[in-house]
Design a protein around this ligand. Structure first.
Ligand code: MN
Length: 274
């Protein structure tokens, strides 16, 4: 069972294996990047950690999964991250022992910063029963397509609503979209042919996706902005191959705020922003 936690960008998975709390996109150290531009903000890590500890005591999970982008710099590691990332996790280990990470695009060279008990899974994701979870900057693994439901992060979805006075409200949202299994199968067969099969040979294992539904989760670091799902962004495509593909019906996706209120379909919400 999937239970989004009211007022938090977090979801609890129960009913199969350990009760699991999933969050994503911590981006620890984003404020370090700001200081290079002359904007000095104290480390926000302790506040992020306090918020997560509150969430853990509220939901009592047996396992925590961070769905990618633990730190903010991409390949290298900033000096401040050498301090903040280990401190974040050592504080957290006192609250919950089973912590796992699915690698995001910002998680290069993450291993030296983490306690050795934290397991890092590759970016194409892991299956938790019938739910496949992955970060979203790469395609999910073929195995994940056999899960009924997929959950990704990475795009930090928000909604932007503006009125005639020019005021604009931007809020993080959950997205629930339908997946077109046939289109998914076609894409994966094409990829399989390109990468492994010698030319002319038939595809050995046809892909039979069962995945019908995709959830896109909001970013845990509330100091960061996001991508308004309902705002056309001149020529800029989604930074996620799955969301860019025809396998996802994004216009007909359901959009909800963190408190659970359902706002409407993406297509309708496009008329409410400028
Ligand atoms: Mn990402």
């Amino acid at each position: 069972m999937l239970t989004p936690i009211k007022d938090y960008p977090a979801i609890v998975i129960s009913g199969h294996g350990p009760r699991t709390l999933i969050i994503s996109d911590l981006h620890i150290g984003w404020e370090i990047g700001l200081s290079k531009k002359g904007i000095h903000v104290p480390s926000q890590m302790p506040r992020l950690r306090r918020r997560l500890i509150r969430l853990i005591s509220k939901t009592s999970p047996n396992r925590l999964i961070v769905l990618g982008d633990v730190k903010h710099t991409i390949a290298k590691t900033e000096l401040g991250e050498w301090r903040d990332v280990p401190q974040f996790f050592s504080g957290l280990m006192k609250e919950i022992r089973d912590i796992q990470i699915v690698r995001g695009n910002h998680d290069g060279n993450l291993e030296p910063l983490l306690p050795s008990t934290i397991h890092i899974h590759p970016a194409p994701g892991i299956a938790l029963g019938d739910l496949g979870v992955f970060h979203g900057h790469t395609w999910p693994s073929k195995k994940l397509l056999e899960c009924k439901t997929l959950l990704m992060a990475h795009v930090h979805p928000t909604v932007a609503l503006s009125d005639t006075f020019g005021y604009r409200m931007v809020a993080p949202v959950w997205i629930k979209a339908r997946l077109r299994s046939r289109e998914l199968a076609r894409i994966y067969e094409e990829r399989q042919t390109k990468t492994r099969t010698p030319r002319g040979a038939s595809v050995e294992n046809p892909v039979r996706p069962r995945a019908k539904q995709l959830f896109v989760m909001p970013c845990f670091n509330h100091f960061l902005g996001g991508r308004p799902i309902n705002k056309p962004s001149k020529g800029r495509k989604y930074i996620s191959p799955l969301l860019r593909s025809k396998a996802v019906d994004l216009d007909q996706a359901d959009v909800s705020l963190l408190d659970g209120s359902f706002l409407g379909k993406t297509e309708q919400l496009k008329t409410l922003t400028r």
